[in-house]
Ligand binder design. Sequence first.
Ligand code: NIG
Ligand code: FE
Length: 405
Amino acid sequence: MTDITLVHGARQVVRVDEDGLDTIADGSVAVADGTVAAVGATADVTDRYPIGAAETVVDASGKTVLPGYVDPHTHAVFAGERVDEFAAKLGGKSYQEIQAEGGGILATVRAVRDATLETLTENLLDHLDVMLAHGTTTAEVKSGYGLATDAELKLLEAIDRADDRHPIDVIPTFLGAHAVPEGEDEAAYVDYVIDEQLPAVADDDLAVFCDVFCDEGAFSREQSRRVLEAGIDHGVTPKIHAEEFARLGGVRLASDLGAVSADHLLRATEADAAALAEAGVTPVLLPGTAFALGAAYADPTLFQDAGAPVALATDFNPNCYTQSMEFAVSLACNGMRMTPAAALRGATRHAAEALALADGRGTLREGAPGDLLVADVPRFEYVPYNPGVRTTDTVIKGGEVVHRE
Ligand code: NIG
Ligand code: FE
């Protein structure tokens, strides 16, 4: 027997497909056995899928139905917090100064090395709960706070366990090349990532992607190339933190290697945007990071004008402490001046492209996975129009109600 979930009578349904989005007034969505079976006017959908015949019924009167958000860049598995650094940043200290004093990523590395697998898993599950309550149904999570084989494996194992235990689909990325551990030689550490960490991660099949922090104070373009090429050799697809603080050529590297995404891009140029578009690398913009650093936002028009699909992510980490894709959408509009429609596509379909998800994730159309949310707003523009307020009310994952206010 087919299991039907019916979300009916919405004031607005936002249908998103590979080509764009359109809105339906007084709309409904039917999900059959986990897959979207109908999106359209309530009268049409309930004709095919009557309310009385559905196992699960969600009344969306006065509300808006959207695809679930996909968050394609997070560092959500860690221990400790860095709230004291927040005060230091507000007092004028730069991210690099904090890092040079042993804070920043290195402070989180100390906390992670001291934490158990169970603690890391529980911490991640707590963060996933917050993400879900804000409408995220798929999230990428990076390692990168272990910086040693055992600690990196512990982080990836925590991601794997949390994925099993939580409704959000969690996609793991290996980021051993996130920073050079305290007291270690940079060149020797790159060799260690390539010769020991990566093979161990690949042997246990713990990562879909391999990322590298290509920046001043982190890894050079050549070091990044070596790490990402080694990842490719192990069957792990490249991603890159590129052109955030300094323009080291990470975008060109991403384009050469056919990376799935290049992320941050605060210092990218028009030529960089063209190179990404040409190579089919998805640019991922992280407005929360610029917001938390007090830095200038990336310029989405560079990438839009080049014809690239602009994806959005939270970058949730102890330096950029927001789990909310609603907030990322809001910053994209209010800070980066994206249109609400472009921001919504960035947080759904294009975000799924940044994770090479070809199963229709990030869309809301017939045949897509039944991942959607009901927002307690009359139309989708209210998500960015009403910053700082949670608009998500009900979240459905694979046809199942997994969060309800
Ligand atoms: O994407 N840029 C490098 N990595 C993270 C920050 C991680 C941290 O500060 O803990 C980022 O912003
Ligand atoms: Fe990051």
